[in-house]
Design a protein around this ligand. Structure first.
Ligand code: 5AD
Ligand code: SF4
Length: 474
């Protein structure tokens, strides 16, 4: 293969796919490919797809539609479809879409080199949706120095055993499989050596990490990762509320790198609907877990996922959801219209809710959350918060900013996952220089709905420790 071959990967869907795309990139780099700036300039185009809702699936097919034109012009182009739609549809994609050369499932990423060679050298079309029933290990990962910022995802487990009645994940990603802690630690060490300062551990249900395989517990894994040199922050997602243990809640009291934020998807505030969703917790049990978390720290940020318009959701069920949102006061949330997926039990349930009612409910959740987020962000004004700097703010990049010509504009996140855009006078602050990848202290001056604005008051923070952000209140 010549040096000049280029690839382009279009990533849809969740953080798991973002991580999988990173693995695909590593494989393609090791095969001598380089990254193309757009798909029109690539010799191989891969679509990493998502099947969680119908809209996501449509997005995948419309991208493949665009590639058909490109393939007509350039028959040498290799087109591959990976991710959950590939896993779900398999051979049907090759039958329906002549522009596709390669269909590879979520467990087949490690076999990409062979698949690509078969297509390129033997001129064959291939499907590989075999599930290995173990997490593939790529061996030492070649990590380029900070190509994608200071914050990265690291998969610790794949698949799901929970079978929520609306969800396609267990059907496409298969049963839960945990990665060896040694490989996880090795990967995180390599990331920190390449300049990464924050990792988010990924799994559909991190609480059951290692249980089946008899590996260490999730809390033990966090403890071991917390000891990594040069790692500043540690996050994880997703925690199923039914399995959130007191042991894990307690870990927030002594792990200094563990961020004070938890994503705890509730899906609905109605116990009846939760039962029909097979979530295996009641509204009260969920609220008790949130209470326990906030006992650890009153400023513990909690975010969630909500589904509106689940089959049979009455006005009373929906108002239970709104009440729960008011009671918890989430720091942020994602809300989705329920969408039928192939073969899941909810698709066969009675009481389907019309699109227009779903949309009304979705808007009501968004409006309520907007006011809660605004109120919570306003409460941060006047505080001094620790911010991990991710780069120059977008405004600085656009060079249209008028906030002060001598001052640099930076952007980062608090431990509670709030975005903070801030100014730093390069002359006025001791130790100033590049703040990229460092934790600095920022005085918060203004609250917006989805971010905060402020001014740096110190170029480096004391160790974050387990002091709440509010201990630094100005
Ligand atoms: N319809 C709508 N939303 C869904 N989710 C999962 N399956 C569906 C579905 N069939 C949402 C859940 C989950 C998030 C990742 O996607 O809220 O937590
Ligand atoms: Fe889907 Fe439920 Fe598993 Fe989450 S816990 S991936 S919603 S089945």
């Amino acid at each position: 293969m010549t040096e000049s071959k280029k690839f382009f990967i279009y990533t849809m869907g969740c953080q798991m796919n973002v991580y999988d795309t990173g693995q695909m990139e590593n494989i393609l780099f090791s095969m001598g490919y380089k990254k193309a700036a757009t798909y029109a300039l690539a010799d191989i185009v891969l679509a990493n797809t998502c099947a969680i809702r119908e809209k996501a699936e449509q997005k995948a097919f419309s991208f493949l539609g665009r590639l058909a034109k490109l393939k007509n012009k350039n028959p040498e182009l290799i087109v591959g479809i990976g991710g959950c739609v590939a896993q779900q549809e398999g051979m049907k994609i090759l039958e329906r879409m002549p522009q596709v050369d390669m269909v590879f499932g979520t467990d087949a990423i490690g076999r990409l080199p062979d698949l690509i060679r078969t297509v390129a050298l033997e001129n064959k079309r291939v499907v590989d949706i075999e599930t290995a029933h173990k997490v593939f290990e790529l061996g030492p990962v070649k990590i380029e120095s900070s190509p994608r910022g200071i914050s990265r995802f690291v998969t610790i487990m794949q698949g799901c055993d929970n079978f929520c009645t609306y969800c396609v994940v267990p059907h496409v990603r298969g049963r839960e499989k945990s990665r060896d802690p040694f490989h996880i630690l090795q990967e995180i060490k390599a990331l920190t050596e390449a300049g990464v300062r924050e990792v988010t551990l990924l799994g559909q249900n991190v609480n059951s990490y290692g249980k089946k395989e008899g590996l260490c517990s999730f809390v033990e894994l966090l403890e071991r990762i917390n000891g990594t040199d040069n790692l500043l922050r540690l996050r994880f997602t997703t925690s199923h509320p039914k399995d959130l243990s007191s042991e894990l809640i307690n870990a927030y009291t002594y792990l200094d790198k563990l961020c004070r934020h938890i994503h705890l998807p509730v899906q609905s505030g109605s116990t009846d609907i939760l039962k029909r969703m097979n979530r295996r917790y009641t509204r009260d049990q969920y609220l008790k877990k949130v209470e326990e978390l906030r006992k650890i720290s009153h400023d513990m940020a909690v975010s969630t996922d909500i589904i509106v318009g689940f089959p049979g959701e009455t006005e009373a069920d929906f108002s239970d959801t709104l009440d729960l949102i008011k009671e918890v006061e989430y720091d942020s949330l994602f809300v989705f219209n329920y969408s039928d997926r192939p073969k899941v039990p909810a698709a066969a349930m009675d009481g389907k809710i019309s699109k227009s009612i779903q949309n009304e409910r979705l808007q009501a959740v968004l409006a309520l959350q907007e006011s809660i987020a605004m109120k919570k962000n306003r409460a941060q004004v006047g505080m001094t918060l620790d911010v991990l700097v991710e780069g120059k703010s977008k405004k600085q990049n656009r060079k249209t900013e008028t906030m002060g010509s001598n001052e640099d504009q930076w952007s980062g996140r608090t431990s509670s996952n709030r975005i903070v855009n801030f100014t730093a006078d390069p002359q006025g602050v001791e130790g100033a220089g590049s703040f990229y990848g460092k934790i600095v202290r920022v005085g918060i001056e203004k609250a917006l709905a989805h971010s905060l604005r402020g001014k740096m008051v110190e170029a480096s923070s004391k160790p974050e420790g387990m002091k709440g952000e509010k201990d630094y209140a100005a």
